[in-house]
Design a protein around this ligand. Structure first.
Ligand SMILES: C[S@@+](CC[C@H](N)C(=O)[O-])C[C@H]1O[C@@H](n2cnc3c(N)ncnc32)[C@H](O)[C@@H]1O
Length: 250
């Protein structure tokens, strides 16, 4: 996913992309920011897009910076932002050297989604390097378990709508064949774009490898309406989610 891909989405970013901080049903993101924040601390939101999460976390920090490599999204973020303790800057996080963004707390929501493992690792390494020792990093990523659960839910929904098990399986297996680009790598197409999804254990292992310790995991639940036209009956409590991992720089 190149810079132009994200620039092309700037106009109607909220319609095209899941901005998880806008649909975080249990307010896990502001609660986490509150727990890690302080008026003497600064936060950086790496891959801030139109700044939705930047604005959610800003009240809990002395200053907050959003960083992205899409100039059009940074313009959009600026236009949507009123807070005086928020600023935005351009940077390509996949470039190993370059400008540093030292911070007490790093946030990174749905940026480690490239189907290229080297790109994901480069971005994660760069973000962790910018966190001061003893500071924290918060990574939110699409959950592979949740993506697979969608097929189960859709299958159960079709059966309860009166389709035979055979018909429902043919339909849902068809979706899965179309969407799942590589199960062992956790690559699933979202809106036709190959997108990395992490399993919970995998995310913890990944972040430990890049220098975080005491990594904990939480689910950021969002509504079914983000994925399906009709909310599946009887599954109000079984919602889709992104993983949120929080770790301390060792
Ligand atoms: C799915 S959007 C998430 C936006 C935002 N974090 C949110 O949750 O609303 C992914 C963002 O990552 C940014 N991004 C992807 N690769 C990047 C890179 N190498 N350097 C800087 N930003 C990058 C894109 O421009 C886009 O804004």
């Amino acid at each position: 996913m190149k810079q132009e891909y994200w620039d092309g989405m700037a106009k109607d970013f909220s319609e095209q992309v899941l901005e998880i901080s806008d649909v975080d049903l249990n307010n896990v993101i502001p609660k986490t920011a509150k727990g890690l924040g302080g008026k003497n601390k600064n936060a950086v939101d790496f891959g801030c897009g139109a700044g939705a999460l930047t604005r959610v976390i800003a009240p809990y920090f002395g200053s907050t910076l959003g960083v992205d490599f899409s100039k059009d999204l940074l313009d959009r973020a600026d236009a949507l932002t009123e807070g005086t303790n928020i600023s935005y800057q351009f940077a390509d996080l996949s470039v190993p050297r370059g400008k540093r963004f030292p911070c007490d707390v790093a946030f990174c929501a749905n940026v480690l989604i490239s189907d290229d493992g080297a790109v994901r690792e480069g971005i994660a390494r760069k973000i962790v390097r910018n966190v001061t020792r003893g500071g924290d990093a918060v990574f939110i990523v699409p959950a592979l378990e949740s993506a697979i659960r969608l097929y189960q839910v859709a299958f159960a929904g079709q059966v309860s709508d009166g389709y035979s098990k055979h018909e429902a399986l043919a339909e849902i297996n068809g979706w899965a064949r179309k969407d799942i680009a590589s199960l062992p790598e956790g690559i699933i197409k979202v809106g036709g774009t190959k997108t990395k999804h992490f399993m919970g254990d995998e995310l913890i292992e990944f972040l430990l490898a890049w220098g975080l310790r005491d990594v904990s995991l939480e689910r950021v639940f969002y509504p079914w309406s983000e994925l399906l036209e009709d909310e599946p009956r009887g599954l109000k409590k079984s919602l889709p989610w992104d993983w949120m991992a929080v770790g301390t720089k060792g």
